[in-house]
Ligand binder design. Sequence first.
Ligand code: ATP
Ligand code: MG
Length: 281
Amino acid sequence: MEKYTVTQSERLNELNAPIEEQEREFETKEERNEHFRKLEKELTRYARNDIFDLLESRHLTKYRITGNKMADWLMEEGFTEVITPTIISRDSLKKMGIDSGSQFLDQVFWVDGKHCLRPMLAPNLYVEMRELLRITKKPVKIFEMGSCFRKESQGAQHLNEFTMLNLVELAAVKDGEQLAELERLALNAMEALGLKEGEYEFVQEDSEVYGKVSFDILINGMEVASGSYGPHFLDANWGVFDTWVGIGFGIERLTMALDKGRTIKRYGRTLSFIDGEPLNI
Ligand code: ATP
Ligand code: MG
C-alpha cells in the first residue's frame, strides 16, 4: 500500500484536507499521485473561493468575529474595555510572582533589561481595577483584549504571539461566591459564542502550588480559558483588598475550536494564511 509522501502530506495539511483524506492509502504510486493532483486542485479551489468570499462579502475574519462576539457579550454584562500597554516593566512581572527562579521567566521576551512584552494581561488589569475602584467606590467590571507574548516550544495549540481576552470583576461578589460567579460568566461566554451544553466542559482542580482551585474551560479537550479569583496572595503587591474574579480566554484557541481547526497558526497573526486559508495557492 502507498501512503502520501511527506511533501504531499504537508501540502494537504496546509490546505486543511480532512484527516481521512490524509490517511488514505493507495494500491500504486501512480494512483496516489493522480488522486493527490485532483485533491490538491479541489482544495485549492475551495480555499480560493473562501478568500473571495472573505474579500467580497464577509470582510471580517473568524478571529475578529470571535473577538467581537465576546466583546458584545461583555458590554451587555456591563463590562468596559480598557486598552493598556503591550510593553510592561520587569517590576510588574515581579509583582506577579515571576522573578528569578520561576520557570515562567524563560518564556518572557525582553525588550531591554527592564522591560518585556507582556506575557499576560493581569499586571495591567490589577492597576486599572484598583484605580477604578478607588475613584468610583463601586464594583469594577473591565476587560482587555490584546496581544500577549510567550516563548513556546511550538505546537498545534501555542503561538509566540497570541490574543488574550481577560475579564475581571472587582468587589462585585461576596467572599465565598467567587467560584459560582466564575461558572456563571464561563457559561454565558460559551452561550455568547453559540456553543451548546456538552460542547464544552469546566474543569476545577485544586492547585498544589496555590492551595486553591484552578478553573479551566475546555472545548474538545483543549484548554481555551483559565479562570481565577481573589483574595489571592498576590493582591497585596497591587494594593487590592477586595474579592475579584477573572477569566483569560485565548481568542485564537476559541476561533480554532469553533472552526474545528487542527492547528492554531491558521488563526493567529500570520503572513502565511488569511482567515484560515493558505496564501500560497
Ligand atoms: P497552556 O497550558 O495550554 O500552555 P496556559 O495555562 O499557560 O496554557 P493561561 O496562562 O491560562 O495559559 O492563559 C489563558 C489562555 O490564553 C489559555 O487558556 C489559552 O486559551 C490562551 N493561551 C495561553 N498561552 C497561549 C499560547 N502560547 N498561544 C495561544 N493561546 C494561548
Ligand atoms: Mg491556563
